[in-house]
Every structure is written in structure tokens, then in C-alpha cells.
Design a protein around this ligand. Structure first.
Ligand SMILES: CC(=O)N[C@H]1[C@@H](OP(=O)(O)OP(=O)(O)OC[C@H]2O[C@@H](n3ccc(=O)[nH]c3=O)[C@H](O)[C@@H]2O)O[C@H](CO)[C@@H](O)[C@@H]1O
Ligand SMILES: C=C(OP(=O)(O)O)C(=O)O
Length: 428
């Protein structure tokens, strides 16, 4: 088992390049498989989910090759069928995008149930509802499901709840459906817009992405393209928060500041000073942090994926804060771990009640998912002594190179050698 060691670090200083968005990349890789012509994707981060996708697609005849410059070359012209590897597709969340992407081409997609981070409940009913509205039939089996459609037909779909995953999946399916589709109560996330932009570059006819009503005129086929993924707003937000905990200054480079609106507003409220430029932001910490209340919501509201890192920041703010997760009310598995470090924090009915400004002490903690891991790293940077974090593989699902990113800023974060990790386990 891999362990990270995080030490109390002084003020941070420096800048980090922000990688391409994980969540967008997962959609773009599926979209790339919709064309019979080669597609080149730029800026896709090298993450575990991407490796899984490469192996799933290889087994159905799709070529995905990484070039030396980091581009990914995708050629789906040799695709034979869409009977997708069940274990592979259950190893990450967004495998469901292959239904939307491949159904029109092959008429049948067999796939494992989605995996990814576990927040107790992550339903896919809105995906299934949209696919059915477009003419698909769905057979649910114990460890996989089969989606069939002899012909996809445009439809008007009103989502019961705002979901980025189902919005993207429905958009993918509708692009090659016959006629017009309207998606109402659609998610407005930058990842939805990014996917629509790429599909349009391939010849799709999508308007309205970024609003809550997306209209799609089906086309017969898509062409190849070269496309760059948007930067990861969630990683950028977490690094800005690090400046608040440790003081000093942190610059996130190669980002789209508009994607971070609600996060920046909250960080200012808490007391960070921010300098926002066209494609970078610098956060200055060191001042007194103020307690606050925060509720997550779908974009443009505060992202649930930034809830855990913000919780770490608020542990260092004076007074009582309340963090409520309206998107995933059970997404608080970081809290018992923070308590091991001495944090005074309790969870009741989807909210964390934080008594900030109490000293934290390094401890042995476990990252249950990618953002819980980010939260524990941030807490460890501001705690007395050493924090040992297991579950590193979860953190690596989100970050292409988390350790060197933090170290660039002067943070004391390192991956322990096997021998050192064994010693940690025996003391834990
Ligand atoms: C790979 C990926 O992009 N993951 C992101 C994506 O997950 P994911 O796409 O799974 O999340 P959604 O945007 O779909 O979920 C939003 C909300 O809708 C609900 N819902 C969703 C689908 C459905 O069929 N029925 C339903 O009720 C969910 O329980 C949740 O409360 O958006 C989440 C919310 O921003 C992020 O935390 C994840 O990092
Ligand atoms: C929840 C996340 O990922 P996934 O949806 O892939 O599990 C995340 O990125 O925070």
C-alpha cells in the first residue's frame, strides 16, 4: 500500500501548471470514439481512469495511443462491437459515456455498472430516462446492463434533477439520433460546454450548452478533429486554498478563471487575497481566516468536489463554519479522518459543523476518494508534525502528479518508500 507523508510546511511560494480536467477528459475520450476518422486530444492528464479507458477501448478495436508530446491519438474506425469489459467499466464512474457515444453506431452497448468515488448513493436513473426517451431499451442484470436501440430518435427530455453526467450522456446519444433533441434543466458545467464544443468541432449541431436548455439536431456522422481539453477547475481551486492554510502565495497557471467564480467568491469571503488575471490566479494567504457557511450546488454554485478541500481550509479559520453538501449529502468520509488529527468537526444531516482555529496534529489517516485525499493533504500541511495518508491510489485518480505539484510550492509532501511505508503501517 502506498503512503504519502505530509509535514507541516511554512508559507508556500510559487506557481503550478493546472492539468487538463479529469471530468472533461473522460467525456471527450468517449466522444472521440464516435467518429470513423482519427481524433487527436490535447492536454488529457495521464490518470488511472485514462489507462482503464485505453484498455476497454482496445478490446473493442479502438486504437488509443499516447504521443511523445502528450497528445492522445484515437482511431475508432476498427471498432467491432460495444460489448465493453465489465470489470474495466466498473472501475471508474464515467464509463457510462460510452453508452451515449457508441449506441447509435453499434445498436447495442453492454457495460458494467459505474464505479468511481463512493458517496453512498450515485443514481443513474436520469441517464436511463434520457436514453429511453431517445428510443433505447435497457436490460438490467446483476453485474452489467445492456442498452439497445435499432434507431435513436430525437426527443424532448426534462431532467428531474440537474446532472452533468446525464446531460453529457444524453447529448452524446442525441448527436447521432434522427431529428431534434431538447434537453431541459440541463447542467451548465464547463465540462458540458467542453464536450459540446468538441462534438461541434466534429460536425455535431448543438446549441445552448452552458445554459439549462440544450438543442441538438442529429447528424448522420461525425468527422475527426484536434481538440484541447479545458483546465481542471477543481484542482486549481484546491491549490488556491493551500495558500490560505499555509500563508505565502500560490499561483495557478493555465486556467480559465471564470470557471472558478463561486469558489473565488467564497475564498475572498474567508479572507484570502486574490489576484485574477486572464489565465492565472494568485492567492495570498497569511491573514486571519474567517469562518463561513457554504452549500454546494450544481454549476455555477460551489462545486461538491471542492467541498472537502474547503473544509480543510475552514479548520484554520476563526470561529464556527457550516459546510452543507446538497449534491452528495453523505460525502463526508474525510470527517472521521480529520477528527483523528484533532479537528473539532461533526456531521449531522448532510452538513459538517466545524469549530475552526483549533490546533491539528499529524496522524495516520485514510483517503477514501480523490477530494477527501486533497482535504487530508491540505490539513496535513497546516498540522503539527507528520501526517501519513493511505489510499494514495484514490488521490492519483484525480492528479497526474500531485506530489511534485505540492513540492514545487515548497510543501513537504512525499511518497514513502516501501520500507518506510511498512514501518508506518506497523506503527499505525
Ligand atoms: C466523472 C465526473 O464527471 N464526475 C463528476 C460528476 O459526477 P456525476 O456525473 O456522477 O454527477 P452528476 O452531475 O450526474 O450528479 C449531480 C447530482 O444528480 C444526481 N443524479 C445524477 C444522475 C442521475 O441519473 N440521477 C441523479 O439523481 C446525483 O446524485 C447528484 O446529486 O459530477 C459530480 C457533481 O458535480 C462530481 O462530483 C463528479 O466529480
Ligand atoms: C467524484 C469524483 O470523481 P468520479 O465522479 O470519477 O468518481 C471527483 O472527481 O471528485
Amino acid at each position: 500500500m502506498k503512503w504519502l507523508q505530509v509535514e507541516s510546511s511554512g508559507p508556500l511560494s510559487g506557481s503550478v501548471h493546472i492539468q487538463g480536467s479529469k471530468n472533461s477528459s473522460l467525456a471527450l475520450l468517449a466522444a472521440a470514439c464516435m467518429s470513423g476518422e482519427p481524433v487527436v486530444l490535447q492536454g488529457i492528464p495521464y490518470l488511472l481512469d485514462m489507462q482503464v479507458i485505453k484498455s476497454i477501448t482496445a478490446s473493442i478495436g479502438i486504437r488509443m495511443e499516447s504521443r511523445e508530446n502528450g497528445d492522445i491519438f484515437i482511431d475508432a474506425s476498427g471498432m467491432r462491437h460495444s460489448d465493453l469489459d465489465r470489470k474495466g467499466t466498473s472501475a471508474y464512474r464515467a464509463s457510462y459515456y460510452f453508452i451515449g457515444a457508441l449506441l447509435a453506431k453499434t445498436g447495442k452497448v453492454t457495460i458494467g455498472y459505474p464505479g468511481g468515488d463512493n458517496f453512498v448513493s450515485r443514481p443513474i436513473d436520469q441517464h436511463l430516462k434520457a436514453l429511453k426517451a431517445l428510443g433505447a431499451t435497457i436490460e438490467l442484470n446483476e453485474d452489467h446492463y445492456v442498452v439497445r436501440a435499432t434507431r435513436l430518435k430525437g426527443a424532448s427530455i426534462f431532467f428531474d434533477t440537474i446532472t452533468s453526467g446525464a446531460t453529457i450522456n444524453a447529448m452524446l446519444a442525441a448527436v447521432l439520433a434522427e431529428g431534434r433533441t431538447e434537453l431541459h434543466n440541463a447542467a451548465r458545467d464547463p465540462e458540458v460546454v467542453d464536450t459540446a464544443n468538441m462534438l461541434n468541432r466534429m460536425g455535431a449541431r448543438i446549441v445552448g450548452a452552458g445554459t439549462d436548455c440544450i438543442r441538438i439536431e442529429g447528424v448522420r456522422e461525425l468527422s475527426g478533429c484536434t481538440y484541447s481539453v479545458i483546465p481542471d477547475r477543481l484542482i486549481a481551486g484546491a491549490f488556491l486554498m493551500a495558500a490560505g492554510i499555509n500563508g505565502g502565495s500560490v499561483t495557478v497557471e493555465d486556467i480559465i478563471p471564470e470557471h472558478l467564480g463561486s469558489c473565488l467568491a467564497k475564498l475572498k469571503e474567508v479572507g484570502l487575497e486574490l489576484e485574477v488575471r486572464d489565465s492565472s490566479i494568485t492567492a495570498y494567504g497569511g491573514g486571519l481566516l474567517k469562518a463561513t457557511r457554504m452549500r454546494t450546488g450544481m454549476y455555477p454554485l460551489f462545486a461538491t468536489d471542492l467541498q472537502q478541500p474547503l473544509t480543510a481550509l475552514l479548520l484554520f479559520a476563526q470561529g464556527r463554519s457550516i459546510v452543507s453538501d446538497k449534491i452528495y449529502p453523505e460525502r463526508f468520509s474525510h470527517v472521521p479522518q480529520l477528527r483523528r488529527m484533532g479537528a473539532q468537526i461533526e456531521v449531522r444531516s448532510g452538513s459538517a459543523f466545524i469549530k475552526g482555529g483549533q490546533p491539528l496534529t499529524g496522524s495516520h489517516v485514510h483517503a477514501t476518494d480523490v477530494r477527501a485525499g486533497t482535504c487530508l493533504i491540505l490539513a496535513g500541511l497546516g498540522a503539527e508534525g507528520k501526517t501519513f495518508i493511505s489510499g494514495v491510489e484514490h488521490i492519483e485518480r484525480g492528479y497526474a502528479d500531485v506530489i511534485s505539484m505540492f513540492r514545487t510550492l515548497g510543501a513537504k509532501v512525499e511518497l514513502l518508500s516501501n520500507a518506510a511505508a511498512e514501518a508506518v503501517v506497523s506503527r499505525a
